[in-house]
Design a protein around this ligand. Structure first.
Ligand SMILES: [Fe+2]
Length: 291
């Protein structure tokens, strides 16, 4: 694995990109995450800005539309453009979601896939193919989902572990997605985390979510990160050691200064967790975390 940044980063979003380009986040971020789909088939100002930003920060590439859960063949034109973009904007790996987002027509959403052995096998083969086509390692991200997934043969941790093993790839572990799913589907997020192969985790996502009603959480990336999600991030870091951790914010984006305040708060918790990892005292009893 190539060298990669560790610490807290932000995703490049149009609401904050000009300020980042102007140097207002210098020294405050370990990396920025970029979604190539925002740049493919574009030129001019957007690419010029990105060229300047990559002089300031390491980039991590994160995709939205690879359609790893899809049934049809990959889109050759998309892959050619993506490979070209990644060659010009090198990142140590490329990540996308364990989901279905296109079935001949774009869904504009990240739809879950059924947790079956045949689906795991098919997705693992697609991850290997994507990695070969892009000539770089792939990470896959666990998604949030709101509906039962039909006839299931395994639960989500087993499904994820099987895919990672068969594809021999890394995991982009979104702890907010795991928390939202745990709340909505009634399972213990730490019991879920304990069954995830942490040795495969290469990057984390944290984000805020909002309540739909008393019982249902929606993964909007539109609020501050909740304390429970900070605690899950720390639980992982004290077991894995240094990793890049991305703060995702896609809605109700506050001014950059406010976002950087949240980055600092995350970094404090991250550094404390790293301290426990270094002292070998990371395995905090689960009762403490639950309490
Ligand atoms: Fe995410």
């Amino acid at each position: 694995m190539d060298s990669h940044p560790t610490g807290i980063g932000l995703g490049l979003r149009s609401a904050i990109i000009a300020e980042i380009d102007a140097g207002e986040a210098d020294g405050a971020l370990a990396f920025v995450e970029v979604s190539p789909e925002n740049y493919l088939w574009r030129g001019g100002l957007a690419l010029d800005q990105l060229a300047r930003i990559r002089e300031r920060f390491p980039l991590l590439g994160h995709g939205l539309t690879m359609n790893l859960g899809g049934l049809g063949p990959f889109d050759d034109r998309f892959f050619a453009e993506l490979k070209d973009f990644l060659d010009r904007h090198p990142t140590p790996w490329y990540s996308d979601h364990l989901c279905l987002c296109n079935n001949g027509a774009e869904f504009h959403d990240l739809l879950p896939v059924p947790f079956t052995r045949s689906t795991a096998k098919r997705i693992a083969a697609r991850i290997r193919e994507a990695s070969d086509r892009l000539e770089r390692p792939m990470l896959v991200e666990n998604v949030s989902y709101y509906l039962a997934l039909g006839e299931v043969e395994m639960d989500e941790p087993e499904f994820i572990a099987e895919i990672l093993e068969q594809a021999d790839c890394g995991l982009l572990l979104d702890v907010n997605n795991a928390f939202v799913n745990a709340q909505n589907h009634g399972f213990d997020p730490y019991a879920w985390l304990e069954r995830i192969p942490l040795e495969r985790v290469r990057q984390l996502h944290v984000a805020g979510h909002e309540s739909w009603d008393e019982q249902t959480l929606i993964d909007t990336h539109g609020a501050d990160v909740r304390d429970e999600v900070y605690a899950m991030m720390a639980w992982v870091i004290e077991r894995t050691g240094p990793l890049p951790v991305l703060l995702e914010r896609d809605n109700h984006i506050p001014p950059l200064a406010e976002l950087l305040g949240e980055v600092r708060k995350l970094d404090e918790v991250y550094q404390q967790a790293l301290g426990r990892w270094r002292r070998g005292t990371g395995a905090v009893p689960l009762e403490v975390l639950h309490g």
